[in-house]
Design a protein around this ligand. Structure first.
Ligand SMILES: [Zn+2]
Length: 503
């Protein structure tokens, strides 16, 4: 006892001299970034600015080996921090030194650096790993989709865990380099621009770069055998599209839809302003899923989207997300209306352009076709809850809310809002910030409108009409000669685009 006292007095002195006085304040970062819908998603204590993802993938066996290098900055004095990840990790280094690591929960990788990280300091984190992603289930599912000739990572809100460790939340956007080695004869599709390919000893490396901030769920990867088309839009933007070679009878309809990407992105620029990224395109892998996803610059489409023929409406929806969702991203997942309401409204505008039903007719149709006791009206698009994040109400009632906004502020101000909002490029935003912006542009108080359409369960007493208009003033053409509701021609295609995330 006595001896120990002497030793500790001496070590306490040296400790005092060697370590900053604040050492006691170094704490573990939180296991979640603070999103009430998904408490463990993302992490606290740091921000990532860049991911360098270097992989080797064998399509025959689904074996993936990787090294991801993360550039991060500590936002607090950190003794330990988490990444979100699902594959087996063999080594972690922080600023060059081996770091201790452990797993916890479903997807937490806890990293204890050899030296704690002071607030504001930069950290380079290297994670080595390997696994067979299709066999790794988290919360009962895998977001890694096998195809006959390879695999695809594209899902929302979680997809990254199966191929790179990350701070998995849209509020921490970063730039990406993705470089993947595959057996010769396979291709790799990812976000942004293909910066190079090289072949050696039977393997080919594909290197992709997304040079604008990107949310983790918008990072995508596909390996397989694709037919590739490249072009530039009328405005000079590079287009890169890819189609699995085995799409069968959906192949032509897929091409006849996705090959219009350049035309449609230019058309959308007329409403939303300059396209925010340096490349655009889509890919259609032979996955058994049914949904499409707005993966940044390179939209993911399931072949089922084209099983009934061409669908330019879904292409418009996913391209609209490049402004509403990808460039300006949700702050929390509860802000999902900022993504889905507007991407759905873009489909209304396309329908109007194609003479397949006006935005007003579509809004009237949705309003009138759901009776007041339909559970559809129970979902609040402005805060749907995690279970209803991708409910049809977020899309449909969400788009009707935008028509109500249009009728309230008038076309001139409405289209100024629609084009002005995406000017906050590459950031994050909340619905409250959108409301404040719409109020600023329109000079009107919009609290009641937002409350009624986005934040109150139940069918609004008055449809999407201008204030003071008669309740039952449906658009001309909304009812036929015997008074029955007329389904707008575009409706089925609009709905198909909303068949999301069927697990
Ligand atoms: Zn969408």
């Amino acid at each position: 006892m006595r001896k120990r006292l002497i030793v500790s007095a001496a070590s306490a002195l040296s400790l005092f001299l060697a370590v900053p006085a604040s050492a006691a304040d170094f704490q573990p970062g939180a296991a979640g970034i603070g999103d009430p819908y998904y408490p463990t998603y993302g992490n606290g204590g740091y921000r990532v600015s860049h991911y360098d993802i270097r992989l080797k993938y064998q399509p025959a066996t689904d074996e993936l080996e990787g090294t991801t290098t993360i550039l991060a900055t500590a936002t607090q004095d950190l003794s330990r921090f988490n990444l979100d990840f699902a594959l087996n990790v063999s080594e972690v280094r922080v600023n060059g030194r081996p770091a201790a690591f452990a797993t916890s929960g479903e997807q937490e990788l806890e990293i204890t650096p050899a030296r704690p990280l002071a607030k504001g300091s930069q950290a380079t984190v290297v994670v080595r790993y390997k696994g067979v992603p299709s066999t790794v289930k988290k919360y009962g599912f895998t977001a890694w989709h096998r195809t006959p000739d390879g695999a695809v990572a594209a899902d929302e809100p979680e997809a990254a865990w199966w191929w790179f460790p990350s701070n998995d939340h849209p509020s921490n956007k970063a730039t990406y380099d993705v470089s993947v080695l595959v057996p010769d004869g396979n291709q790799v599709i990812s976000n942004g621009v293909l910066t190079g390919t090289s072949s050696k000893a039977g393997w080919t490396r594909y290197s992709w770069r997304e040079n604008k901030p990107q949310a983790t769920y918008l990072a995508t990867l596909a390996v397989g055998k694709f037919d590739i088309t490249t072009d530039t839009t009328a405005s000079g933007l590079p287009v890169y599209n890819a189609y699995s070679k085995d799409l069968g009878e959906n192949a032509d309809a897929a091409r006849a839809s996705v090959e219009r990407t350049g035309e449609l992105v230019d058309w959308l620029s007329g409403y939303f302003g300059d396209y925010p990224f340096s490349s655009v395109g889509g890919y259609v892998p032979n996955v058994p899923t049914g949904y499409a996803l707005e993966t940044q610059t390179r939209v993911f489409y399931s072949p089922k989207q084209f099983a009934k023929g061409t669908n330019t409406s879904v292409v418009v929806h996913e391209l609209a997300h490049q402004w509403y969702g990808d460039s300006v991203s949700v702050s929390r997942w509860s802000d999902i209306w900022l993504n889905e309401g507007f991407a759905s409204y873009a489909q209304f505008l396309w329908s109007e352009h194609e003479n397949e039903g006006t935005a007003q007719e579509l809004a009237d149709y949705i309003y009138a076709s759901h009776p007041a006791d339909d559970p559809f009206w129970n979902v609040k698009p402005g805060d749907p809850g995690a279970d209803n994040q991708f409910s049809s109400a977020v899309y449909d009632r969400g788009a009707v809310a935008i028509q109500a906004l249009r009728n309230t502020v008038g076309d001139e101000k409405f289209f100024r809002i629609l084009k002005g909002w995406p000017e906050r490029k590459y950031g994050n935003a909340t619905i409250a910030e959108f409301q404040a912006y719409a109020e600023k542009v329109s000079g009107q108080k919009l609290g009641d409108l937002f409350k009624t359409w986005l934040f109150t369960p139940g069918k609004p007493a008055v449809g999407p009409v201008a204030p003071g208009a008669a309740t039952a003033a449906l658009a001309p053409g909304a009812r036929d000669e015997v008074g029955a509701l007329v389904e707008p021609k575009s409706w089925k295609k609009i709905q198909e685009a909303h068949s999301v995330h069927g697990r």
